[in-house]
Design a protein around this ligand. Structure first.
Ligand code: SF4
Ligand code: MG
Length: 328
């Protein structure tokens, strides 16, 4: 498949009273056409900020684009004018968030909220916009679309609201759908339904999906390709089967152990000992070294490069796989 988005050495920084936080620190990875790429990591690892950078939503202080490129079909989004960018945001890249209630306007009907972007970006007249809205409501699996069209957000359940958000996101037929923890606020059954819906949409519309999650169960269900982030950096990336069968980075291995084991009487939870490092004083070292049971001298003083080890699609940033580390 063709490359749709290429992050190249992206740097996104926040200037805080405690110092500069490199929320996204030299991040590179690629999203291909028709692929679901999951960005996984604990909260604060930089996965949401990476998506916000792609949407150009961190340009206000204290956030700052500090380096690198984000190529979308070969064009650097970070160099576009505000106007060009808002056209791309409406037409080619759409985003859904964790809490649909906060993104829907409580005083407008569902119909008004779906038809607004259709009128604005696709210049449809009222009748055509309504017809398209009804199609979209049906597409996201909601029965009695006509009735829902005239409802207000508070009249719908959380799962229905998230379906509506997906309908709005799809209204302009985007090439890329960004979903930031889209099911975290929903209960398990509804979560499974929304994930089914997203898979279905990807199949029908060939939309690429950038799915941000801390939940490896979601990754296993959804991903084609996985990018693991830790403290602002990509520490491992590989096709989904590789990540689950042959994880390389000690952090990824820890995350996999942290995955709740389904079908056991009790959920077994494993948590990786130690804490995420303070984001303002990260050095040129492996940011995971304080928590790593394999930590060597070199890990404390030198940044491990993200490199291919084994399968050509599988990259890991860890000294265990480098000659310099093996020599220790
Ligand atoms: Fe552990 Fe060193 Fe690998 Fe970091 S580079 S994960 S500290 S072994
Ligand atoms: Mg987040």
């Amino acid at each position: 498949a063709k490359d749709l988005v290429e992050f190249k050495n992206l740097e996104t920084h926040f200037h805080t009273s405690a110092g500069i936080v490199k929320a996204v620190d030299d991040v590179s990875f690629t999203i291909r056409e028709g692929e679901t790429l999951c960005v996984v990591g604990e909260s604060g690892c930089g996965k949401s900020v990476t998506a916000m950078s792609l949407m150009r939503l961190v340009e206000m202080p204290p956030g700052r684009h500090a380096g690198g490129e984000i190529l979308f079909e070969g064009k650097d989004l970070l160099k576009l004018s505000k106007r060009e960018m808002s056209r791309i945001r409406g037409n080619e890249i759409a985003m859904i968030f964790q809490e649909p209630m906060s993104s829907l306007n409580p005083v407008l009907t569902i119909g008004e909220q779906i038809t607004e972007p259709l009128a604005l970006h696709l210049l449809l007249d009222r009748k055509a916009a309504k017809k398209r809205a009804i199609e979209l409501i049906t597409l996201v699996g909601i029965p009695r679309a006509e009735e829902i069209f005239h409802s207000y957000p508070h009249e719908l359940s959380g799962g229905m609201r998230q379906r509506i958000m997906i309908a709005i996101a799809l209204s302009c037929d985007p090439k890329l759908l960004i979903a930031d923890e889209p099911t975290t606020a929903l209960d398990v059954t509804i979560q499974a339904q929304i994930l089914d819906l997203m898979r279905d949409i990807k199949r029908k519309l060939n939309t690429s999906i950038m799915l941000i999650t801390h939940d490896l169960g979601v990754v296993a269900e959804m991903a084609d390709f996985v990018v693991v982030m830790y403290a602002g950096k990509v520490i491992e990336e590989a096709p989904v089967l590789e990540i689950f069968k042959d994880p390389q980075h000690p952090y990824t291995k820890g995350l996999l152990k942290a995955k709740p084991i389904i079908n056991e009487k009790k959920e077994r939870l494993y948590s990786i000992p130690g804490q995420v490092p303070n984001p303002v004083d990260l050095g040129d070292n492996c940011h995971f070294h304080d928590r790593c049971e394999f930590c060597m001298d070199i890990c404390r003083t030198k940044l491990p490069p993200l490199r291919v080890h084994g399968d050509h699609n599988h990259k890991t940033a860890c000294w265990l796989y480098e000659e310099e580390g093996k020599a220790q």
